[in-house]
Design a protein around this ligand. Sequence first.
Ligand SMILES: [Fe+2]
Ligand SMILES: [Fe+2]
Length: 212
Amino acid sequence: MDALLTAADSALRTLFVPPRASRACPTVPEFAPDSDMPAQDKALSGALMRVNHVGEICAQALYTAQALAARSGPQPDETLARQLEAAGREETDHLAWTRERLDELGARPSLLNPLWYAGAFGLGLLAGRLGHGLSLGFVVETERQVEAHLASHMDRLPAQDQASRAIVAQMKDDEARHARDAQSAGATELPLPVKGLMRLAARVMTTVAHRV
Ligand SMILES: [Fe+2]
Ligand SMILES: [Fe+2]
C-alpha cells in the first residue's frame, strides 16, 4: 500500500508540479538571446524540446514503476528499488531543464503527458516483473536508445540554439552513464525483437509528441 501511494504521489508530482532541478541548468558562455532566433527555428527547437520533455516524463514513469515492481514482487529487491529511485531522481533534473527550456522558447509541453506517463508506467511494471537482470536490461536498452535519440537532436537543433544544445549534450552524457550503471549492476541483454519493439514504441511517441 505504501509503495502504491508513493507511486501515485510520484505520478501527480511529475505531471502537475513544476519540477525542481538539483543541478544548475547547463548553459554556454556564448549564449545568444532567443529573440534573435528566426520564428521557424524557434518552432523547431520547441518541438524537439517537447519530445525530450516527454522522454523525461516517461523516464520518471519507468523508474518509478520498475522500483515499485522490484519492491513489491514475489522476491522483493530493495537494493534494486533504491538504485532505480536514485536514477529517477537524477532524471528530475532533465525534466526540469527541458520544461524550463520549453517555457523560454514559448512552446508548450505535450497535451498527452498523462497518457505517455501511463503507458510508460505500464511498460515499467512489466519490465520490473521480469526480475533483476531483465529489468536492468530494459534500463540499459532504454537509456542507450535515448542517448542515440539525443545525439540525433544535436544534428537537428538549430545551430543558433546553444541553450537547448547545452541541455541536450548534458542529458546525453547522463543517459550514457545511467546505461553503464545499470549494466554494471547486473543487466541481462534483452532479446533483439524486444529492442525492436521498444524502438517502434519510441518512434510513435517522438512522432506524435513533435506535434501534440
Ligand atoms: Fe533523462
Ligand atoms: Fe537516464
